[in-house]
Design a protein around this ligand. Structure first.
Ligand code: ADP
Ligand code: ZN
Ligand code: ZN
Length: 751
């Protein structure tokens, strides 16, 4: 028996690791390796997180691991380090954290490396080809020619886009003209365990983007050049966090591209995090175009399990030199990572707000950069107040792009007082005539409304009934085209009633969503192409691309949509943006609502006038004197942000305090609050403030009752010391059995 004790993390809610013995016949283990281990009556897949010489359990009680799944680590030392940090900071079991970071198929035991098959030409094949064979089968001959051009052979994945290639290859093989062989596994850059900066044999080679098929990049503007000079002067390696604040259309992407190019040339890899799939197509397109020929991997939630595994493998084995992805891509296993970019760093989608492990990909990206000692760039036109505060504290270095690139002017903003205007279906007369004018001038128009569906409410004209969701404290949204009533919170889906179910009188819709606005715009602007962009129209990436191309081709002249239209699109012919209703968010109980509203308005407004013609932005409101709107109009985002930060400071909200929320839901309202009250009683004495328990603003959702208890402290270390002691106590409460609960460290939304 060996002395080695393998400490293994398993995907269980238990807040601990498990010790196993290595059997003496198996090769030495390394941290990060995947193993199968006996667990209860079953076997489970886990990860070796460390190799120890002592266990708290007696050695005779320890079981042996069943087998190694791979002969190399799945998680390299630096990634394991990040995952441990995350487990610690978010007070979540390491096994579950690792599970979140990995593709499902790997958790289930899929091989780390794909078996690759390669087709090559045999000498007989060469002779046949020289003799002009096969004379009739043109496809087969084309395949022979392709193989003849590649002495090392052509892999099946490279052949995949060739129609019916398998059939042709099989016929050729029957004549012994070609050969199918398994390719040797690639030399694995992560097999070495001495640390992140070591051991990638390809790493030092450096990749020059091939000049031939590369679009000529624009010369940087003076602002871009100044930002680049600052970053470059401080070195291509070494931790440094940059906050690139560039107004919409200022060309932040060009800065990312240039910094990326430097890293690629030095043989390092680059990770670009983007908020949502909605942003991905255009950004991916720009990177793919600039770095044509450089292997790129894209990781986002729209991938199938197989696609995700494939992208992950290409990242892990080092073949992808550039990795673009959404939230969970912060865990992408990238050897020789040289730079991280977080685009639209303020975006809420970087925060995982559901499930057990609620992490911020932006914050983890900073930790990863720090651990790897590499630079990181956070970019936004509307940085989060946290990040702006970090600039003040000197933790981030500011970079600024205050002007638009390509000579475009920033748009002019104007408020429309809804109380003083005639309004038809949500659209004021001023807005309607302005749209008309821009259409006549050959411009395109964006209409933003933060509500999807036809109308948010269905009501009775006689008795006051409104269609409620039976599982939520919410009304059902009307979908008129589909003739359905749907709940946006639980997915309930019912037929649209023709009469009031209570009294039998007629029903009517109240208010408007994107579908209704699309309909009324179509009535007003007959013959004008109108596109709609929201989560109902666009569920997959290709659907998004279809809508975006209707706008870029000019076929559609008006685009109606939710936040999705605000995200990163570059539509050069849009000259007018109309914000239909800015008022939601002006009076919210959530202390971040104002920040989110300001960001959305500035981002949507930023879609106007990105081409040669100056843009115009109209914001409809019933509160034209509201200080937030006035401040934004008069002083821009910067003025808003400094006023908002001052307010946060006097109220002692983040970033001037640290928060954690203990959230619970249960089938009965008092079970959730009882649990939280017990958790409050179980709290150890510490320098923190407990607020609650309080029911959520929408207490009932999908048949469960939600409540929360907030923990606040001015001191981050004090908060975490408290959580270290408190979370195990919470877990041990008898009330825990009747609830689902989660700890949300640095919560983004408070309900
Ligand atoms: P942002 O992401 O900051 O909103 P983009 O990167 O989308 O801005 O750039 C806005 C527009 O300006 C794009 O059409 C882009 O191609 C163009 N652009 C960026 N940098 C330059 C430059 N140096 N010279 C000319 N055009 C540029
Ligand atoms: Zn009625
Ligand atoms: Zn519901």
């Amino acid at each position: 028996m060996t002395d080695e004790i393998l400490r293994v993390a398993l995907d269980t809610p238990l807040r601990r690791t498990f010790d196993y013995l290595r059997d003496e016949n198996s090769p030495a283990a390394v941290a990060g390796q995947r193993v199968r281990v006996p667990f209860g009556r079953r076997e489970k897949i886990g990860f070796i997180v460390s190799i120890e010489t002592h266990s708290e359990l007696e050695k005779s009680k320890l079981k042996q691991i069943s087998s190694y799944i791979d002969d190399q680590p799945t998680l390299d030392a630096s990634l394991l380090c990040l995952l441990r940090w995350a487990a610690d900071y978010y007070h979540h079991p390491l096994g579950e954290v690792i599970a979140t970071a990995l593709p499902k198929l790997l958790r289930e035991g899929a091989a780390l490396q794909e078996r690759q098959f390669v087709w090559t030409l045999t000498p007989a094949g060469r002779t046949a080809l020289d003799a002009g064979e096969p004379k009739r089968a043109r496809q087969q001959r084309a395949l022979l020619e392709r193989l003849a051009a590649h002495e090392a052979g052509v892999s099946e994945s490279e052949l995949a886009d060739w129609p019916r290639w398998r059939e042709h290859a099989r016929s050729l093989r029957e004549r012994d003209w070609v050969l199918r062989q398994e390719r040797e596994a690639r030399n694995h850059p992560q097999a070495s365990m001495t640390g992140p900066s070591c051991g990638d044999p390809q790493g030092s080679r450096g990749d020059e983007p091939s000049a031939a098929n590369r679009a000529p990049p624009p010369a940087p503007t003076p602002d871009q050049q100044a930002a680049l000079d600052t970053v470059i002067a401080s070195g291509d390696t070494g931790y440094r966090a940059w906050l690139l604040q560039g107004i919409t259309g200022s060309g932040k992407t060009e800065v990312y591209l240039r910094l990326t190019e430097r890293q690629l040339q030095a043989g390092r890899r680059v990770l670009i995090l983007v908020p949502e799939i909605g942003l991905t197509p255009q950004l991916v397109g720009r990177f793919a175009k600039r770095f044509a020929g450089i292997p790129l991997a894209v990781l986002h939630s729209g991938l199938t399990d197989t696609q995700r595994l494939e992208a992950w493998r290409r990242t892990h084995d080092g073949s992808a030199r550039l990795v673009l992805g959404t939230r969970s891509a912060v865990f992408a296993p990238i050897p020789d990572l040289g730079l991280i970019v977080v685009d639209e760093e303020h975006d809420a989608s970087f925060k995982q707000q559901e499930g057990g492990f609620r992490y911020s990909a932006r914050d983890l990206a900073l930790v990863r950069a720090q651990q790897l000692d590499i630079p990181i760039v956070l970019g936004s036109a509307t940085p989060s107040l946290e990040s702006l505060h970090n600039v003040t504290l000197g933790r981030y270095q500011p970079l600024s792009l205050p002007r638009r690139a390509a000579n475009a002017q920033p748009p002019t903003l104007r408020l429309i007082d809804l109380r003083a205007e005639h309004v038809h279906a949500g659209l004021s007369t001023t807005a309607a005539t302005t749209i008309e004018k821009h259409l006549v001038d050959q411009g395109q128009v964006l209409v933003y409304i933060n509500r999807r569906g036809y109308a948010p409410t269905l009501a009775c004209t006689a008795c006051g009934w409104v269609a409620p969701c039976l599982s939520c404290d919410a009304r059902l949204t009307v979908y008129r085209q589909a003739s359905r009533l749907r709940c946006h919170h639980c997915g309930a889906d019912r037929e649209l009633p023709r009469q009031c179910p209570q009294c039998g009188y007629a029903v009517k819709t109240v208010g408007q969503g994107t579908e209704r606005i699309e309909e009324s715009l179509a009535e007003t602007f007959v013959g004008v192409g109108i596109a709609r962009l929201d989560r109902d129209v666009v569920r997959r990436q290709d659907e998004l691309e279809a809508v975006v191309s209707r706008i870029t081709s000019g076929e559609a002249r008006i685009l109606v949509g939710t936040q999705m239209i605000a995200k990163g699109h570059d539509f050069p012919d849009v000259t007018l943006v109309v914000v239909l209703n800015a008022d939601q968010g002006l009076f919210s109980t959530d202390f971040r609502a104002a920040e989110r509203l300001a960001q959305t308005i500035v981002q949507v407004a930023g879609r106007a006038g990105r081409g040669d013609r100056r843009g115009e932005v109209l914001i409809q409101t019933e509160y034209p004197d509201h200080p937030l709107l006035r401040g934004l109009l008069e002083g821009g985002y910067e003025a808003f942000a400094s006023a908002a930060l001052a307010e946060r400071e006097s109220a002692a909200w983040p970033p001037f305090a640290r928060l954690a929320a203990l959230r619970a839901s249960a089938l009965q309202a008092d079970w959730a609050t009882d649990f939280l009250a017990a958790a409050r009683r179980a709290a150890p004495k510490a320098n923190v403030r407990l607020l609650g328990p309080a029911p959520a603003a929408m207490a009932k959702r999908a048949g469960r009752f939600h409540a929360q208890l907030l923990v606040e402290s001015a001191d981050r270390a004090a908060l975490h010391r408290f959580l270290d002691r408190w979370v195990p106590a919470v877990e041990a409460l008898p009330e825990v059995r009747r609830v689902r609960w989660a700890l949300d460290v640095d919560p983004l939304e408070l309900f």
